[in-house]
Design a protein around this ligand. Structure first.
Ligand SMILES: Cc1cc2nc3c(=O)[nH]c(=O)nc-3n(C[C@H](O)[C@H](O)[C@H](O)COP(=O)(O)OP(=O)(O)OC[C@H]3O[C@@H](n4cnc5c(N)ncnc54)[C@H](O)[C@@H]3O)c2cc1C
Ligand code: FES
Length: 289
């Protein structure tokens, strides 16, 4: 919002075609136009927005803070943090994959084609790939699969091989499989329904990948059990890794300290802001939940 000479507040968020008066800034407020907002299964929806080109600076693991519309006419206080699912630079579009949980995401689920959607970002520090990593293992569960999905894009651009292990309660809620497979990743699905998602089984799979030389780094999100497993295997085999963390947020830009979490660095407990210092952190420094 900006205060104009008239004394009125106006929404200065950038729409497609607007000239950005601060073109060098890393993040901004944007009003995207909904291109589609379709269900991918019983729990998740996928929204595609046409946005100002400056919103396309987002990269894997970064997030936007979304001003969700109301599902019922009453106010929805605060923005909702959401990882970027895909950046489609060719079509000027940004995508989010989301679970309909409470009032914010229920309001989001009502967005129709052509509607405005106000998003602020891209925010935080996302995933990075070291040039020496030739093969990575991506292990995610639930909504964490949405956060990890753009790693497939990043890895494909940098010609890094990916094995994606997608963990879910049942086959109906496995997400991002096509995105990973379409970009050349080897995709393995593990489920609660046949117990293949059990930690012991996932450990066997990951140990196999390490033995094959396919695990130069680990990436995870969405499960405390899987985080602990990756930390343990990372320590045992000296394999680095990154984890995307979630926390309730208010400002999303590092000012309110609501999103603090404890991390352990060189044996000392330290507090960090998930929105600004993360949401992606060194896997060995994260303290589970
Ligand atoms: C960095 C980050 C990335 C995320 N990426 C995704 C994603 O890609 N897809 C997706 O579906 N969800 C994602 N989430 C979770 C998403 O923010 C919550 O599902 C959403 O805020 C719920 O809002 P609500 O109003 O529907 O639910 P409510 O439960 O009504 O929300 C009440 C309040 O709690 C907060 N809240 C509730 N659950 C969470 C949560 N898990 N994390 C943080 N705040 C929460 C809300 O923001 C709101 O302020 C992400 C969260 C973080 C922190
Ligand atoms: S949400 Fe305000 S500091 Fe992170």
């Amino acid at each position: 919002m900006a205060l104009e000479a008239s004394g009125k507040y106006t929404n200065s968020a950038l729409r497609i075609g607007d000239v950005d008066p601060y073109a060098e800034r890393k993040a901004g407020e944007f009003i995207g136009t909904v291109v589609s907002n379709a269900s991918v299964n019983d729990e998740y929806k996928h929204v595609v927005l046409k946005v100002h080109p400056h919103a396309l600076r987002a990269y894997a693991g970064q997030m936007f803070h979304l001003l969700c519309p109301s599902p019922d006419g009453a106010e929805v206080w605060m923005r909702r943090p959401m990882s970027v699912y895909r950046v489609d630079k060719a079509n000027g579009q940004i995508e989010f994959l989301y679970k309909t949980e409470g009032r914010g995401t229920l309001g989001m689920a009502k967005l129709g084609v052509g509607d405005d959607f106000n998003i602020a970002g891209p925010l935080g520090h996302g995933f990075t790939l070291e040039p020496s990593w030739k093969n990575i293992v991506v292990l995610g569960r639930g909504v964490g699969l949405a956060t990890l999905a753009p790693l497939s894009q990043l890895a494909a651009e940098q010609k890094v091989g990916v094995t994606a292990i997608l963990s879910a309660r049942h086959a109906g809620v496995v997400m991002s499989r096509d995105l990973f497979a379409g970009l050349g990743a080897r995709v393995l699905t593990v489920l609660d329904t046949d117990n293949t998602s059990a930690v012991e089984n996932v450990e066997k799979i990951v140990e196999g990948l390490i033995a094959e030389g396919k695990a130069d780094a680990f990436f995870t999100c969405g499960s405390n059990r899987l985080l602990k497993l990756m930390q343990r295997l990372g320590k045992k085999h000296n394999i680095p890794g990154q984890v995307a963390m979630e926390q309730i947020m208010v400002c999303g830009i590092g000012a309110c300290y609501v999103c603090m979490r404890t991390f352990e660095v060189d044996g000392e407990k330290v507090l960090r802001r998930v929105c600004r210092d993360g949401p992606v952190f060194n896997i060995q420094e994260a303290v589970g939940w």
